[in-house]
Every structure is written in C-alpha cells, then in structure tokens.
Design a protein around this ligand. Structure first.
Ligand SMILES: NC(=O)c1ccc[n+]([C@@H]2O[C@H](COP(=O)([O-])OP(=O)(O)OC[C@H]3O[C@@H](n4cnc5c(N)ncnc54)[C@H](O)[C@@H]3O)[C@@H](O)[C@H]2O)c1
Length: 160
C-alpha cells in the first residue's frame, strides 16, 4: 500500500537516494531541504531536478528551524512516515559555525519530533552521525557512548 513520506535532506547524498527509491516504489514523497551552501549547491540542484521528474514527488524548500513552516507542512500533508536526514554535518565546520548546528541539529530535530508527535506519524527514522562515537575502537554501542565524541557541542554533555 502506498504511503505519504516526508524525506528531509532530500537534496543531500543519502536523502536523494532514499526519496528516489520511495518514489520508484509508488509512494508519495515530500522532499524538504534548505539547499544550503555547505557544499556545491549545483550538485544538490541536479539531484532535485532528477527527483522532480517523478510525478509523485514534491519539493518543499524550507529550513528545519522554521517552526511555523514545518508545523504547517505536517498539518497539510498528513505524513504516514518521516525519514529525517537533513542535518549539518562536519566536525571542523562546527568549530567556526556552532550556531548552525544548534539551529539544524537541535532545534531542527525538535521541530520534526514535534510534527511527528502532533500528527501521529506512524514511523520516524533519523540518521545520527558516526562522529558521535569519536575514535574509540572498542565501543560501538549507542547505549554505551564513551563520551569522546568529535563534536565540540556534544562534549559539553560530559562535563555535566
Ligand atoms: N554520508 C555519510 O557517510 C554519513 C555517515 C554517517 C551519518 N550520516 C548522517 O546522515 C545524514 C545525511 O547525510 P548526507 O551524507 O546525506 O548529508 P548531506 O549534507 O549530503 O545532506 C544533508 C542535506 O540536509 C540539508 N540541510 C542541512 N541543514 C538543513 C536545515 N536546517 N534545513 C533543511 N535542510 C537542511 C542540506 O542542504 C543537505 O542537502 C546526516 O545526519 C549525516 O550526519 C551520513
């Protein structure tokens, strides 16, 4: 049975392939992305152009931190499932642009969680970052993170 999906980060590396696969399976997909310039915007636009050839794909250019916009999108589209892949990646970039991480990865993550909660989305999948695990070779279990994460904004947690 076909479902209605929200795929965030749809112009990104993983989100593009996920949206393409879901469209190919006959699902209706709303792809969300802010098309930021963290890397080549032309590459993101090329991916989007391919997705927009599918009749069952719609693009929403929006920022995760846009609380009202995200809330309206959830209210209008009635998503069955959400695949949340939009995020600000990059460890070095976070040293110079910490607020981008707060907006996209913390506030932005909450807007998606709130949309799912208020609209009773049946399933949410999201991607974390492998950088959370740092360089530790022994422990790969999310339940036992050794707190040597590479992200400066997550190290704060350790001191508490
Ligand atoms: N690619 C990998 O090898 C890898 C490995 C581990 C985890 N991940 C995680 O998977 C997820 C997707 O990775 P990717 O490689 O596709 O990344 P990507 O950077 O190619 O794609 C992310 C997309 O999200 C969009 N985006 C970023 N901030 C946004 C915001 N505030 N609002 C709306 N859109 C925004 C970007 O424009 C981009 O198109 C990320 O959470 C990443 O940390 C990726």
């Amino acid at each position: 049975m076909s479902k209605t999906y929200l795929v965030t980060g749809t112009a990104g590396f993983i989100g593009f392939f996920v949206a393409q696969r879901l469209c190919g399976q006959g699902h209706y997909v709303v792809g969300l992305d802010n098309l930021n310039d963290y890397y080549d915007v032309g590459l993101k636009e090329t991916r989007l152009a391919l997705l927009q050839q599918q009749a069952n794909f719609r693009f929403a250019r929006m920022d995760l931190a846009d609380r009202d916009g995200i809330a309206k999108l959830f209210a209008s589209e009635k998503f069955d499932r959400v695949i949340h892949l939009a995020a600000q990646a990059g460890v070095r970039y976070s040293l110079d642009n910490p607020l981008t991480y707060v907006d996209s990865n913390l506030l932005g993550h909450m807007t998606i969680l709130e949309g799912c909660r208020h609209h009773k989305v049946e399933h949410l999948v999201y991607a974390s970052s492998s950088s959370v695990y740092g360089m530790n070779k022994k422990c790969r279990s999310p339940q036992r993170i050794p707190w040597i994460t590479l992200f400066p904004f997550m190290r704060r947690q350790k001191s508490q």
